[in-house]
Design a protein around this ligand. Structure first.
Ligand SMILES: [Zn+2]
Ligand SMILES: [Zn+2]
Length: 416
């Protein structure tokens, strides 16, 4: 199977010596997509990084039956060939620095080009539909590999095979007739039913990026620095993508876009950590930072906001961003696309107004992104919004989950 890379695949997954993509990052993300799908089906999928992971009394969840766990081999192996690492001048990363940010973000080089992906069965029960289903959903609507929240990992499958969700479910049933771990999913884990997928399109002529704040740093003092950045962006442009995820994220997190999610009163830091993710230790109740303290020789973590104390195993020590924003990538003559997608759980903390947030986000994507894309872009529009059983879905408010998944697999998205 061949994949065309639309936005670079994160190079953390690249073997630095050979520049070949390691399959582990790709398989890890396919597992993540499978888990969201299983939870959407109301099937239990364990968190492989948590203490509650499989096995439990020798039984495994459906996700572990496919992807393996302690004492159980994965059903397949993936072999990836092709692609090449893009290279940027200077220190090798492009500093994206929108106005008002003192440091900005570093966009590191990833792999671009075309990939050949082979699935090698390691068990007679393996059926390609188990991998193709999450892969096609990810390639139609999200991304693969790591750091999709920073714009990496949009791929297009060349001549995607026809896959039906019905078939996926049938193969899954055969896989797990006995020894399947039965448990209900805890809230707080990604579920396809709570996800949204948006695509924004715009037209751009010429070197549109020269007008995008952040790609061109107006405040930068050093001419050399400017020149290095320009060369790096030109290299992206030649590869038909632009690293503007940090620019959009900056707008959403710190600028006008923050009106969409910021609570009108009270502290915003907890919601910010929860929504945009953090690598720091945070409070499981209010998502503010916790500090370790010594109490009678034991380490306890006290929340800076609510003051509650927690044991090490109770705190959240890494919170993934709920929102992923892709790089802009070219889909046609002068036509570009950006994906904005994510997972906003219904049991959001601090009474976060989920529905209001998604309403506002959809509304702003319909027109509001024109502002920071500069005046050499035009015809900005929300091409599609997909969300299970939601009025916001621009194709259909689909109450039947199976039909919803089938339509994600078909990928039809243009409403105009
Ligand atoms: Zn499991
Ligand atoms: Zn707290």
């Amino acid at each position: 199977m061949n994949l065309q890379i639309k936005t670079p695949i994160w190079t953390g997954d690249v073997d630095s010596k050979s520049d070949i993509i390691r399959s582990t990052g790709i398989v890890g993300s396919l597992r993540w997509w499978t888990e969201t799908l299983l939870r959407g089906m109301c099937e239990f999928a364990c968190d492989p990084t948590d203490n509650s992971r499989c096995p439990d009394g020798g039984n495994y969840c459906s996700s572990c039956l496919i992807f393996g766990a302690t004492g159980r081999r994965r059903l397949f192996r993936i072999e990836i060939n092709g692609g090449e690492k893009i290279s940027f001048p200077g220190n090798g990363a492009i500093n994206i620095k929108p106005s008002g940010r003192s440091h900005g973000w570093f966009f590191e080089p990833g792999v671009v080009g075309n990939l050949e992906m082979k699935m090698i069965p390691l068990d007679e029960k393996f059926d390609e539909v188990l991998v193709l289903t999450p892969l096609i959903i990810a390639s139609n609507w999200g991304g693969i590999g790591a750091k999709t929240q920073l714009g990496y990992g949009v791929v297009e499958i060349t001549n995607p095979p026809n896959v039906s969700f019905e078939n996926f479910k049938r193969v899954l049933r055969n896989l797990s007739q006995k020894g399947k771990r039965q448990k209900s999913n805890e809230p707080g884990f990604p579920n396809l039913k709570d996800m949204f997928f948006a695509k924004v399109r715009f037209k751009a002529n010429g070197n549109c990026w020269e007008k995008i704040d952040g790609l061109i740093d107006k405040s930068s003092k050093s001419r050399l620095e400017k020149e290095i950045r320009k060369k790096g962006i030109e290299e992206c442009f030649r590869n038909n993508f632009l690293p503007i995820a940090p620019v959009i994220k900056n707008w959403l997190r710190y600028d006008d876009g923050s009106q969409i999610w910021k609570p009108k009163n009270g502290t915003t830091k907890g919601i910010e950590n929860w929504l945009f993710g953090t690598i720091r230790n945070i409070c499981p109740k209010c998502y503010n930072i916790v500090n370790p303290q010594n109490e009678n020789g034991k380490t306890v973590y006290e929340c800076q906001n609510c003051g509650q104390k927690f044991k090490k195993e109770e705190i959240i020590n890494k919170c993934a961003s709920k929102i992923n924003i892709s790089c802009a990538y070219k889909i046609g003559n002068d036509l570009w696309e950006i994906r904005i997608w994510g997972w906003i759980p219904k049991d959001a903390p601090q009474n976060f107004p989920r529905e209001e947030f998604l309403d506002k986000l959809k509304k702003v994507l319909q027109t509001g992104i024109a502002g920071f894309l500069g005046n050499s872009t035009s015809d900005h529009k929300l091409a599609v919004w997909r969300e299970y059983a939601s009025k916001r879905d621009t194709i259909k408010e689909e109450q039947n989950f199976d039909n919803f998944v089938e339509s994600l697999l078909r990928g039809t998205d243009d409403v105009s």
